[in-house]
Write a protein of this length. Structure first.
Length: 325
C-alpha cells in the first residue's frame, strides 16, 4: 500500500479512502500534495482490489485551495513552488467512481477538486466557493468546463463571476452535490454508499456508465444511444447468448450471496458450506479487464448452477460437490 507525506491512504472492502492531510494548512494543496494525489489516483485505478474511491480531508476542512503561504502576495509575486493548476489526473478520468466527502470548508481549488469527482456530499455548515475573481485571478483547474456541465450556465456564472461563498445547503441547491449532511455524517455516508457500489455492482458496467456520463456533454442524443448499445453489446456478448444475458444481470457478489443463502436454508454443515462457496467463487474477486471479468463470472455461474443441481436432485451428493473444491 502506498504511503504519502500529504495524504492518508487506506483500502477496506474494495473502497480506497484518500484523505488530504495537511490540517495546519487546512489541507491546502501544496508541499507536493498535487503530485501525491495524482499518484494515489493512478494506484487506485490500477488496483483491481479497489472498486470505489472516497476523497475527503482531515478536519476541520476539506481543502482550503491552493497553498497561499505567501499571504496577499501569493498571486502578485508567486514563489517558485506555487501553482494553482489542477491535478494531473482528474477524478473524472479514472475508470472507478470517486465520491467526494466534503467534510469541511472547500474554497477555490479545494472546491474544484471536489467537483471533478462523480458524487459529492457536502457538510451543511461549511463554506464553499470558487473565489478566484475576488483575488484578481480567474477560476482554474477546469472550473469553466466542469461547472456549466454540472449546474448549467446561469448557476455557473453566479458561482464564477461573483466568487461568492455559500454553505452546503446552497451548494446542493445549485446542483453541486446530491446530499447535504451534518459534518460528522458526511464521511460515514460516503463510505456507506461506496461499499454498496463495491459490493453490489459490476465494475465494468460502472466504468462504462461513468465514462459515458462524463462524455455525454460532448455527444448528441444519437451518439449517446449508440454508445449505450455498444456498451451493452460488449458486456452481454450478443443477444443470442442467454447465459451472457444472465451474466449481465448478476455480479460475482450476487453469485456468492446466492450460494451462501442456498446452503444456509438447507442447513449444509459449515465445513461443507465453506468448501462449496469456495468452489463457486473459484478465487474470483472481480477485475476491470472486460474479457477476464466475463469469463470469471461465467465460471462462477456454472459452478452455482452445478450446486443448485446438487441441491434439487435427491440423488446428488452435496458433500461430493464440496470435496471437489
Amino acid at each position: 500500500m502506498p504511503t504519502y507525506r500529504t495524504l492518508l491512504f487506506e483500502v477496506d472492502g474494495g473502497v480506497a479512502t484518500i484523505t488530504l492531510n495537511r490540517p495546519r494548512q487546512r489541507n491546502a494543496i501544496g508541499d507536493g500534495m498535487r503530485d501525491e494525489l495524482a499518484d494515489a489516483y493512478r494506484a487506485c485505478d490500477r488496483d483491481d482490489a479497489v472498486r470505489v474511491i472516497v476523497l475527503t480531508g482531515t478536519p476541520p476542512a476539506f481543502c482550503a485551495g491552493a497553498d497561499l503561504g505567501g499571504g496577499e502576495q501569493t498571486f502578485a509575486e508567486p514563489g517558485p513552488g506555487f501553482s494553482a493548476a489542477g491535478i494531473a489526473v482528474p477524478a473524472w478520468s479514472l475508470s472507478k467512481p470517486v465520491i467526494a466527502a466534503v467534510n469541511g470548508h472547500a474554497l477555490g481549488l479545494g472546491l474544484t477538486l471536489a467537483l471533478q469527482c462523480d458524487i459529492r456530499f457536502f457538510a451543511a455548515d461549511a463554506r464553499y466557493g470558487v473565489v478566484q475573481v475576488r483575488r484578481g485571478v480567474v477560476g482554474d483547474a477546469y472550473s469553466h468546463w466542469v461547472l456549466p456541465r454540472l449546474v448549467g450556465i446561469a448557476n455557473a456564472a453566479e458561482i464564477l463571476l461573483t466568487g461568492a461563498v455559500f454553505d452546503g445547503y446552497r451548494a446542493v441547491e445549485l446542483g453541486l452535490g446530491s446530499r447535504v449532511l451534518d459534518v460528522g455524517d458526511v464521511l460515514p455516508a460516503a463510505l456507506e454508499l461506496a461499499h454498496d457500489i463495491a459490493e453490489n455492482t459490476a465494475p465494468m458496467s460502472v466504468a462504462a456508465s461513468k465514462r459515458l456520463l462524463w462524455d455525454s456533454f460532448d455527444l448528441d442524443r444519437e451518439a449517446v444511444g449508440a454508445r449505450e448499445l455498444e456498451a451493452v453489446a460488449e458486456e452481454e456478448g450478443g443477444e443470442d447468448d442467454p447465459a451472457d444475458v444472465q451474466l449481465k444481470r448478476w455480479t460475482l457478489h450476487d453469485l456468492r450471496r446466492t450460494a451462501r443463502t442456498l446452503m444456509s436454508e438447507l442447513a449444509v454443515p459449515s465445513e461443507h458450506a465453506e468448501a462449496c462457496l469456495g468452489h463457486v467463487k473459484q478465487g474470483v474477486e472481480g477485475t476491470y479487464d472486460r474479457h477476464a471479468y466475463r469469463a470469471e463470472k461465467k465460471a462462477a455461474f456454472a459452478k452455482l448452477a452445478e450446486l443448485v443441481d446438487c441441491i434439487v436432485d435427491p440423488g446428488s451428493n452435496i458433500v461430493a460437490f464440496a470435496e471437489r473444491a
